[in-house]
Design a protein around this ligand. Structure first.
Ligand code: ADP
Ligand code: ZN
Ligand code: ZN
Length: 818
């Protein structure tokens, strides 16, 4: 009997599609395997089999799959269940989830660009077709798969591409390159024997080449070659760095046949770590908190650990992880930000060594594919540390998920779909495995707080800092007044300058927080008021001094800063506002002797970049660290005595119902970076709204009062946690048409959801990447049936898209928006 498969395509389609199986695959194909299928006009996609059966579809003509890519499934059954939940809850297609979930190395598509491997040697002979594709590719050096398909005239090109990849004849550009090449490290060793006598001869010999001699000495030191026993292996890079000489010096020694270079293959995933034999002992408060969490898990699936900054929550997590591993179960440790992984990785690795796997988007795709595959087997990591996308990894036996800094809004994916919240999704994922979820933070999100106080989640509080150092003293500074009296030095109050100076004198460190990157958020002509705007988006361009360019933070558009105003030809063009780059500039002028570093999106584009910023600060090579919200999150430094919040007002004035909550969290968190180890730290909080209730609450560190106030407002104005929110986004190039569409949509929504539908309105940024945007807000009662609401929402979306007039409309929902 003919067999069929249902597949999920990496496309926003409302359902799966059915294909027939050619005889050759009939036995091999299993649910969770990837297949290449034709879809639409002459396109091939890697799809995932979600069902194998005997029923031919009736509504369309069924096609054969082109090829099977996997001998065994790359998805576990639980993952399908999870995908289904995500697509359903967040009102998107399973294809959207598929695209977000798999590392790109597992999602070969027709648009993928491949290139030749210049070092390719055919160990296994190539087939005629493979050779032909390779020849075509060689002529161009790199090419898109679709183009190769056209040029070759071969139908199942992805099969051939896959096999060429397996044989290492080609690479997927950038992404997959490293999967197919072992990673090696160049190392240096002496040629021949290395006893004392020979070394003396060498020292004499090099008497007139001081640099070469220095290098040799350094090698002797690093390798411990004179200590007896086997000498340690010495990395070339490290040796050159430590001897502070150039490659030319080493090459000289290689020519003299004193040294040779060899390559050592190093595992990409296993880094060397020193293990500690014992866990740190929890103090009395931590122990009590730990026990309460364990107790709470007996009754509830989710527990909130509300522990002040530096109370040692991470240490409690480590104990809980250890206990979970002892039960033979896996742990997922979620972090909101890549910049945080470095420090936590180190702390976890010291205890758990190679049982820990790390997963995030700044890792080369090859590593992510490797981790994915490892997770499928019995040999998977016991602990995965990662950012939000690590909820998509395969887990065999999950026992605990830790969501660290659970209040962070970076847990919510904005674009593209699925617009999921990793904390909430993690809770659902854990429940599917019968696992527990621990939410940890010093400043819980209001939603979580309300779930914990209503009894839905367990609640454990930890109010003492480890070593019982007091929380920092927060000193408000009224900069409105100081500006008026002309007492400000740029963006710095005299008090902040004095404290920074004192800290530097005492060899302490300083963190300065400014929640805007770039130099100036806006540039303006003083003569006529002209402001350079993005040509694609409805925002003013930010000036970046380092690259001397104006850029758009929404679409990346860049524009040369003009010498004269294009509107009036005046030359009096000034900066308005200030970002981290400007703070850095000014600080360097004020404290020329201090070592200054900046941590924001612009300085942390690569993994090594942010690792270096953090390491330098840890090691005391940096005195002052300036940054955006990146510096506010869970970082743990020992010697920070002063934190400066340069301007609290941009946070307070942001037009969103969560802005006060967020302002409080940000300020409390960044303050928490001060005085963690030795003595009480101080925070200078500069603001123009000195009497603002949030400022008062931050100073008093009164989380409960903040929550109380916010909850009252949320209830009054029908916001979460009292109501569920759905934002409806509509986009179109044509503003007038968009307006029509938005009104039509709002009318349909009102017909079903009544007066709890607000809008359409213009969002704060009403045009992005040439598309105009309208937003409609739908508020749904907490006790309303969500499955019914979902059905209605999807029905309305479908009606809109099927309307002849609205062919060009983009419309989507954002469930539980942040
Ligand atoms: P939190 O996550 O609550 O901000 P951390 O876990 O980072 O706090 O702890 C703050 C600092 O105190 C860290 O440097 C940590 O190593 C140290 N610390 C906390 N608890 C212990 C403990 N029980 N034993 C040793 N050091 C601890
Ligand atoms: Zn002008
Ligand atoms: Zn733009």
């Amino acid at each position: 009997m003919k067999k069929f498969v249902d597949v999920i395509l990496p496309l926003p389609l409302p359902k799966s599609f059915t294909y027939s199986l050619p005889e050759e695959y009939a036995e091999e194909v299993k649910v969770g395997c990837r297949v290449v299928v034709p879809f639409g006009r002459k396109k091939y996609y890697t799809a995932i089999v979600c069902n194998v059966h005997y029923y031919a579809p009736t509504e369309y003509e069924v096609k054969d799959i082109s090829t099977l890519l996997d001998a065994s499934p790359i998805l576990l059954p639980m993952q399908f269940k999870f995908w289904e939940w995500l697509a359903n809850y967040y009102l998107c297609a399973q294809g959207d989830v598929y695209k977000a979930a798999l590392p790109s190395g597992l999602k070969l598509e027709s648009e993928t660009i491949v290139e030749c491997n210049p070092d390719f040697e055919a160990v296994v002979p190539l087939s005629e077709r493979e050779q032909r594709v390779l020849d075509l590719l060689s002529a161009e050096s790199e090419q898109c798969v679709t183009k190769l398909e056209k040029d070759s005239g071969f139908k199942n090109i992805l099969t051939i591409i896959k096999s060429l990849l397996d044989k290492e004849a080609i690479f997927v550009k950038e992404e997959l390159r490293r999967t197919y090449k072992p990673k090696t490290e160049a190392r240096v060793r002496l040629v021949g024997t290395a006893d004392e006598r020979r070394l003396h001869i060498l020292f004499d010999l090099l008497g007139r080449a001081p640099k070469q001699l220095a290098l040799l000495m350094k090698y002797v030191e690093c390798s411990g070659v004179l200590g007896g026993g086997t000498p340690k292996e010495v990395s070339k890079k490290e040796l050159l760095q430590r001897a502070d000489v150039s490659t030319a010096v080493l090459n000289g020694l290689i020519e003299k046949q004193i040294f040779e270079v060899y390559y050592h293959e190093i595992g990409r995933l296993d880094r060397e770590v020193k293990l500690v034999t014992e866990l740190s002992r929890l103090n009395e408060f931590q122990q009590r908190a730990h026990d309460s969490v364990v107790e709470s898990f007996k009754e509830k699936n989710v527990c909130l650990l509300h522990g002040v900054t530096s109370s040692g929550k991470t240490e409690i997590y480590i104990h809980l992880i250890e206990e979970t591993l002892r039960q033979g179960k896996q742990v997922l440790y979620l972090l909101p930000e890549i910049a945080l992984t470095t420090q936590i990785t180190e702390r976890l690795q010291r205890v758990f060594g190679s049982r820990l796997g790390i997963y995030h988007s700044k890792f080369p795709d090859a590593e992510r594919v490797e981790i994915w595959q490892k997770q499928l087997g019995e040999e998977g990591y016991d602990i995965i540390l990662g950012v939000r996308s690590s909820i998509f990894l395969p887990y065999r036996n999950l026992g605990l998920i830790i969501v660290d800094e659970e209040h962070e809004n970076t847990y919510k994916q904005q674009d593209p779909a699925p617009r999921y919240h990793a904390r909430n999704a993690a809770i659902v994922l854990a429940a599917m495995y019968g696992a527990k979820t621990l939410l940890g933070t010093a400043t819980p999100s209001i939603e979580t707080w309300s779930n914990a106080t209503s009894g839905k989640y367990g609640l454990v509080s930890l109010n003492e800092r480890y070593k019982e150092i007091q929380l920092p003293e927060i000193i408000p500074v009224d900069i409105k007044e100081l500006h008026r009296k002309k007492r400000m030095v740029g963006q710095f109050s005299p008090l902040l300058i004095q404290y920074i100076k004192e800290a530097l004198d005492q060899k302490q460190q300083v963190i300065l927080f400014q929640n805007r990157r770039g130099f100036a958020p806006m540039v303006e002509c003083r003569t006529c008021g002209w402001v350079p705007k993005c040509k694609n988006c409805d925002v003013s361009l930010t000036y970046h001094k380092g690259i001397n360019q104006l850029t758009c933070h929404y679409c990346g558009y860049t524009y040369q800063l003009p010498r004269s105003c294009p509107a009036c030809e005046g030359t009096d063009i000034v900066n308005r506002g200030f970002g981290t780059e400007k703070i850095e500039d000014d600080i360097k002028v004020l404290f020329p002797q201090a070592a200054v570093a900046r941590m924001d999106l612009d300085t942390t584009r690569t993994r090594s970049a942010y690792e270096k910023i953090i390491a330098d600060f840890e090691e005391g090579k940096t005195d002052i660290l300036i940054g955006t919200q990146m510096v506010s999150k869970g970082l743990d430094f020992d010697h920070v005595s002063i934190v400066g919040i340069l301007n609290a007002d941009t946070m307070l004035n942001y037009p969103d119902f969560r802005s006060y909550e967020r302002a409080f969290q940000l300020m409390a968190q960044v303050s928490g970076r001060a005085g963690r180890k030795n003595k009480r730290g101080r925070v200078v909080l500069q603001t123009k709204s000195i009497d603002h209730p949030i400022i008062r609450q931050v100073i008093a560190n009164d989380y409960q009062e903040m929550v109380g106030g916010q909850l009252a407002e949320r209830q009054m104005f029908h916001y979460p946690p009292y109501y569920r929110l759905v934002y409806v986004y509509l986009k179109n190039r044509n503003e007038r048409l968009l307006e029509q569409m938005a009104f039509a949509m709002a009318e349909k929504l009102r017909a079903v959801f009544g007066s709890r539908v607000l809008g359409p309105d213009k969002p704060p940024v009403a045009r992005v990447q040439t598309l105009f945007i309208k937003k409609i807000v739908v508020k749904i009662e907490q006790n309303a049936s969500m499955s019914r609401a979902r059905e209605l929402l999807l029905g309305i979306q479908r009606e809109m898209l099927e309307d002849e007039r609205f062919k060009s409309l983009i419309v989507y929902y954002d469930m539980d928006p942040m």
